[in-house]
Ligand binder design. Structure first.
Ligand code: NAP
Length: 405
């Protein structure tokens, strides 16, 4: 029996190591999607269209797409499920959830809550499976004709596999895939605010979120001041430790492969001339813990500026002009979130419009919330979640022509 929010948060911390405070935040975020879409269900309006002939009436109905298969990652084991399931249930779909192998318990706990809330049996279904079975289960979900919709959150590589499977029966798809978020600090920025935003955007969940900053671009006039203050903030405010310890802000990474990727990016950058300002190695606490790391003298030739690190690594590239920064920011095959700090109103409009991403934070490092449309462009995905748009992913539009009137 799930007693309270605290118990759900403890499950998340036990499953993926994130600090309990962050897990508590995730539970609130997770619940917000159920509340939001319960309300949105009351606003699935159709339309009456003026007909071109006197003896006709034209209607538009919105109907559920059907069974939705939902495949989710480990980094937000509760919220990534409710962001999809809330919209699907509100639209009238039943769901089959395949959670990540590392975090099945949150998905099952949501099942227990669904029972307690009186959701009929068979509406919210969970299929946990071992990693060995993942590809086979994924293929069944994406090819079975009974499934009408695939909604996936995870890596771009997996998303492409699922898209290929889904093509066979032309299923509706929503894809929330990887990011490579740029964080630009212009000379006009308030540096202290930029440092606070950088810390939050980079190190939340130990750098393991799809909207985490992956590369910092800092203009030459304030570069040294930003780096000095950012390093101080990292050393003072971040505490690596057990997620259940109240002091901890940085839990372990999800597994050793994740740690190896961070190490690989640092090694590659240093071998090409980058300097470690702080951090740079595994933490003494154990093999999955990594020190929050800041690198300078970073160039666009380095791996860490070309692909998602998904860990606590902050590489800083120095730039001269706005055009140069925008070009570097947009030179990516993905485009999920992007951030910049500036106090120049004309520059704010220009850069916000030019960034090739689905979500822009201007003078803000944390921008996800239930009422805002979440999603990316390019290879970061298809569709939007949350907000008034999220429910459309689970609805079909049907046009009805009443003739001979
Ligand atoms: P992943 O390897 O793609 O895994 C995500 C989910 O897909 C897991 O449930 C996984 O199951 C499953 N999966 C993997 N291969 C599959 C296959 N062949 N068929 C069916 N299912 C398959 O992603 P990850 O590395 O765990 O998660 C991190 C990635 O997710 C990052 O790239 C991050 O940017 C992205 N992400 C995006 C968003 C967004 O909203 N855009 C949000 C969070 C994360 P197993 O666990 O069993 O392998």
């Amino acid at each position: 029996m799930m007693e309270n929010k605290e118990e759900l948060a403890r499950i998340i911390t036990a499953e993926n190591g994130k600090p309990l405070k962050e897990a508590q935040g995730e539970i609130v975020y997770s619940a917000s999607f159920l509340e939001w879409f319960a309300e949105e269900a009351r606003r699935i309006y159709g339309d009456v269209i003026p007909a071109s002939a006197k003896d006709r009436r034209v209607l538009v109905l919105k109907q559920p797409v059907g069974v939705a298969a939902i495949i989710t990652p480990w980094n937000f084991p509760s919220a990534m499920i409710t962001r999809k399931v809330g919209a699907a249930l509100a639209a009238g779909c039943t769901v089959v959830v395949k959670p990540a192998e590392d975090t099945p318990l949150s998905a099952l706990a949501l099942g227990e809550l669904a029972n307690q809330a009186g959701i009929p049996a068979g509406v919210y279904n969970v299929v946990p499976c071992s990693r060995q079975q993942t590809a086979a289960v994924g293929e069944v979900l994406c090819t079975d004709p009974l499934v009408s919709k695939i909604s996936f959150t995870g890596s771009t590589a997996t998303g492409k596999i699922l898209l290929k499977h889904a093509a066979g029966t032309v299923k509706r798809v929503s894809m929330e895939l990887g990011g490579h978020a740029p964080f630009i600090v212009f000379d006009s920025a308030n540096v202290d605010r930029a440092v606070a935003g950088a810390l939050a955007s980079k190190f939340r969940n130990s750098g393991q979120t799809c909207v985490c900053t992956n590369r910092f671009l800092v203009q030459k006039g304030i570069h040294d001041e930003f780096v000095e203050k950012f390093a101080k903030a990292i050393e003072k405010e971040l505490h690596v430790g057990n997620g259940f310890d109240a002091k901890t802000t940085q839990g372990p990474l999800i597994n050793e492969k994740a740690v190896e990727k961070v190490e690989k990016h640092i090694k590659d950058a240093v071998s090409q001339g980058a300097s470690i300002v702080t951090g740079g190695k595994r933490h003494s606490l154990g093999k999955n813990f990594f020190e929050p790391t800041l690198l300078t003298n970073v160039t666009t030739k380095m791996l860490c500026t070309q692909e998602e690190t998904f860990g606590p690594l902050a590489p800083v590239i120095r730039f001269d002009t706005e055009a140069e920064a925008v070009a570097i920011a947009n030179a990516a095959n993905v485009g999920l979130a992007g951030y910049f700090y500036s106090q120049d109103p004309a520059q704010i409009w220009r850069v916000a419009e030019q960034m090739e991403v689905g979500m822009v934070g201007v003078n803000e490092g944390i921008i996800s919330s239930v009422e805002c449309p979440f999603g990316g462009v390019k290879e970061s995905g298809l569709g939007r979640e949350g907000s008034k748009y999220g429910i459309d992913e689970y609805l079909e539009i049907k046009y009805v022509c009443l003739g001979g009137l």
